[in-house]
Design a protein around this ligand. Structure first.
Ligand code: ADP
Ligand code: MG
Length: 365
């Protein structure tokens, strides 16, 4: 049918800069060639109908005047972005939305941002709201904050909207709104690839611990007298009396330095150095920020044992996915090693797949 628009929206991995997007630090995500498709058609009434291939989901319908608390379950993100537009004064009529996804949900690859930013892009285009991609990211973030109840930063939305094939997206989250730049990633020319290892673990700690980390970072920034924790100096952290706040701050400051070093290594094609930086990031997230879990640690260790140049958890932590920079001729060995280590622990088999840097949300037809 001619009145149906189809959008393709990628998931993302974060190469480095973890838990920095609410601390004013630099982050370096990359949109990936695992995407979801959203088909959109306007309706003559004020109803939003939503169909998805998400396992266990059946059709959901709600009005365009939907309010926080009125929709829960899998449709909450979609309802949230509708609410976010309407409550910001961008009024529109009903729509039929059909979602088909190749991004595993809840695996730290940001299927949630793909969904909200994809719907946001579609609404913007179909109703000529004239919003730019940063405006859309902010509306999507508001949906997560005030409708879903998840106090997320802006990295995922910006990555999904500003992604570019062959490039990572460098985001400066200290700017308001954050600014983006692209960084060419060329490891494939040197026979390397980026492997995602989806641990398929979801620890229920994730939401509460995420909020706790944000609060700890805010307290540390207040004690150090800085607006953003990433602006503190390593010397000043000696003044923090609380050992936990000291460790959280150490992660934020060393991770900030690692992002800059990683961009430098990428620009020079210094892949061994990039690998070392990725692995150091994992250690910091595990030991200082305490957001890893056994499944992520084992995935990283097994990948390194089998010849990865570097590996780290990606995303918020407590499950989800790890990434590894792997020589092409070691991919099968890394995959086997991770699977064997998981089998020995009697964990669910992980899922490992190669990803490439892909374009952000775009209209297909
Ligand atoms: P992640 O963003 O890492 O995949 P989240 O828990 O943040 O994990 O987001 C998962 C949520 O996003 C799902 O519970 C659902 O609400 C929404 N979602 C993901 N994929 C789909 C899909 N194919 N159809 C509809 N909603 C989806
Ligand atoms: Mg998410």
């Amino acid at each position: 049918m001619t009145d149906v628009r189809r959008w393709d929206v990628p998931g993302r991995v974060n190469l480095i800069g973890e838990h920095l997007d609410y601390n004013g630090g630099p982050v370096l995500p990359m949109a990936i060639d695992r995407s979801l498709t959203i088909k959109v058609r306007n309706r003559d009434d004020d109803t939003i109908n939503l169909w998805s291939d998400l396992p266990g989901s059946s059709k959901v319908a709600f009005g365009t005047g939907v309010q926080p608390g009125e929709v829960d379950g899998w449709a909450v993100y979609a309802a949230g972005i509708v609410w976010s537009f309407m409550s910001a004064g961008h009024q529109f009529g009903g729509a039929d939305l059909v979602v088909e996804s190749r991004i595993p949900s809840g695996s730290g690859l940001s299927s949630s941002a793909a969904l909200t930013c994809g719907i946001a892009s579609a609404l913007n285009q179909m109703h000529d709201f004239g919003l730019d991609r940063t405006d859309l990211a902010l509306l999507a973030q508001r949906a997560e904050h005030d409708f879903v109840g998840a106090p997320v930063g802006l990295m995922d939305q910006l990555a999904v909207l500003y992604g570019e094939a062959g490039h990572a997206v460098l985001i400066d989250t200290a700017q308001s709104p954050p600014t983006t730049d692209t960084v060419p990633v060329t490891w494939e020319a040197d026979a390397l690839t980026l492997l995602v290892i989806n641990t398929r673990a979801h620890h229920s700690l994730a939401d509460g611990e995420y909020a706790a980390r944000r609060e700890e970072c805010e307290r540390a920034a207040a004690e150090l007298g800085v607006e953003w924790l990433s602006e503190a100096t390593l010397d000043a952290t000696i003044g923090l009396t609380d050992e936990t706040l000291k460790a959280r701050t150490r992660h934020v400051l060393t991770e900030t330095a690692r992002v800059r070093a990683a961009v430098n290594a990428i620009n020079r094609g210094a892949w061994t150095q990039l690998g070392t930086i990725l692995t150091a990031s994992h250690a910091s997230l595990r030991d200082d920020f305490e957001v890893s879990c056994p499944e992520l640690d084992v995935a990283v260790e097994a990948a390194l044992d089998a010849g990865a140049l570097g590996a780290r958890m990606t995303g918020g932590g407590f499950g989800g996915s790890a990434i590894a920079l792997v020589p092409l001729d070691r991919v099968a060995i890394v995959r086997e090693r991770v699977e064997a280590r998981y089998a020995a622990q009697r964990w669910k088999p992980p899922e490992a797949f190669v990803v490439r840097a892909a374009d952000g949300a775009h209209l297909v037809d």
